[in-house]
Design a protein around this ligand. Structure first.
Ligand SMILES: Nc1ncnc2c1ncn2[C@@H]1O[C@H](COP(=O)(O)OP(=O)(O)O)[C@@H](O)[C@H]1O
Ligand SMILES: [Mg+2]
Length: 340
């Protein structure tokens, strides 16, 4: 029943006190209802909040899970790329570097898959064929050098046994003719003497030429006497330190002779040195040579033909030739010649 009707009814039947009591009861009922509503709302809010928090937690867990998955994927892919691509390519690049540096035995493991494997195999095939060509080239270079040395030795022998001997006989005959010239023919005698002197000079020239073609003393006595002969003929005083107690393979002796001969000629021509030191020491499987002068230094191998030719000759025997020539501090030419 509406409140106004209730109030009028109570005023009429029970008086104002009953109206007050009724109003208090109704206010209390409203307060109780309000309180119930507030409590219900709070409970609902707490439930919603708990649900939201649970959903947020799930979202965080899902995000962390997917992030971890992505990281694992990225790391896995990076590891695959490193192992399958980067490492083989790096190994192939390192091998190419070693090949370029002259190590023709360098190879790369053929472990890659697909294109990388094809690349590794191609690199190895290329290195193999390079190594083979290099070996063939070295052999043919040695053969050419040996053939040239043999031809030079033959020419030297022909000159020595043929032309030189005939000139020597001619000199002897001229001496006899000179003695047979009558004393009343001084002009004729003087002419014969002049011809004899010219003949002797020509003989010296021929000997020098023959020695340049091939040093006979080397074939006959080996390196020590040949180096002593070079030292005697040198225009700059030579200090010799030779320890070669046995005969060496002929190509090694010939190469060593030419190294010292060219170095001494260079010292006389270019160094303005006061002395040269020549060392030749033989080990078990190597001959070590060095020629050091105290001259002006600053030698450059490519500027002439002598040192370049020596590098070829020494290289054909598998040896090395090194020039150290700082300007103003002398020149050292070093050769290492394997004996095998
Ligand atoms: N002992 C040395 N001292 C100074 N300079 C040198 C010496 N040896 C060589 N050289 C320089 O190095 C160049 C190259 O030498 P080389 O190949 O023997 O040629 P070359 O035919 O001129 O002697 C020479 O032209 C010279 O300038
Ligand atoms: Mg020279």
């Amino acid at each position: 029943m509406p409140l106004a009707d209730v109030v009028n009814h109570l005023l009429r039947t029970k008086g104002p006190t009953a109206v007050g009591a009724e109003l208090d009861r109704r206010v209390e009922a409203i307060r109780t209802e309000c309180h119930r509503i507030v409590v219900t709302e709070r409970t609902l809010a707490a439930t919603r909040e708990a649900r939201a928090a649970a959903v947020a937690d799930q979202a965080v867990v899902a995000t962390i899970g997917s992030l971890t998955g992505s990281v694992v994927l990225v790391v896995g892919f990076a590891a695959y790329v490193t192992r399958g691509v980067v490492r083989p390519v790096r190994r192939a690049a390192a091998m190419a570097g070693r090949l370029a540096g002259g190590d023709l035995a360098a190879r790369t493991p053929e472990t890659g898959a697909g294109e990388i494997g094809v690349l590794e195999r191609s690199f190895n095939r290329m290195a193999e064929s390079l190594e083979e060509s290099h070996a063939e080239l070295s052999t043919s270079r040695s053969r050419i050098l040996a053939a040239a040395d043999q031809a030079r030795r033959r020419i030297e022998r022909d000159l020595h046994d043929g032309t030189q001997q005939r000139l020597v006989s001619l000199v002897l005959e001229l001496r006899a003719a000179q003695n047979a010239v009558p004393v009343d023919q001084p002009e004729l005698k003087a002419r014969v003497v002049r011809v004899g002197e010219t003949l002797l000079a020509a003989l010296d020239d021929l000997r020098e030429l023959a020695r340049g073609i091939h040093p006979a003393i080397l074939s006959e006595g080996g390196l020590p006497p040949a180096l002593r002969a070079l030292a005697r003929r040198s225009l700059v005083p030579v200090e010799l330190d030779v320890h070669v107690p046995r005969r060496l393979p002929e190509p090694v002796e010939v190469a060593a002779y030419y190294v010292v001969s060219e170095a001494l000629a260079n010292t006389a021509k270019h160094a303005r040195a006061s002395c040269v030191r020549v060392r030749a020491h033989v080990g078990d499987d190597i001959l070590r040579l060095s020629v050091h002068d105290d001259g002006v230094g600053g030698a450059v191998p490519g500027q002439g033909s002598g040192l370049v030719g020596l590098t070829d000759r020494v290289g054909a025997l598998g040896g090395t030739l090194t020039l150290h020539s700082p300007s103003g501090h002398g020149t050292t030419l070093t050769a290492r010649l394997p004996l095998t």
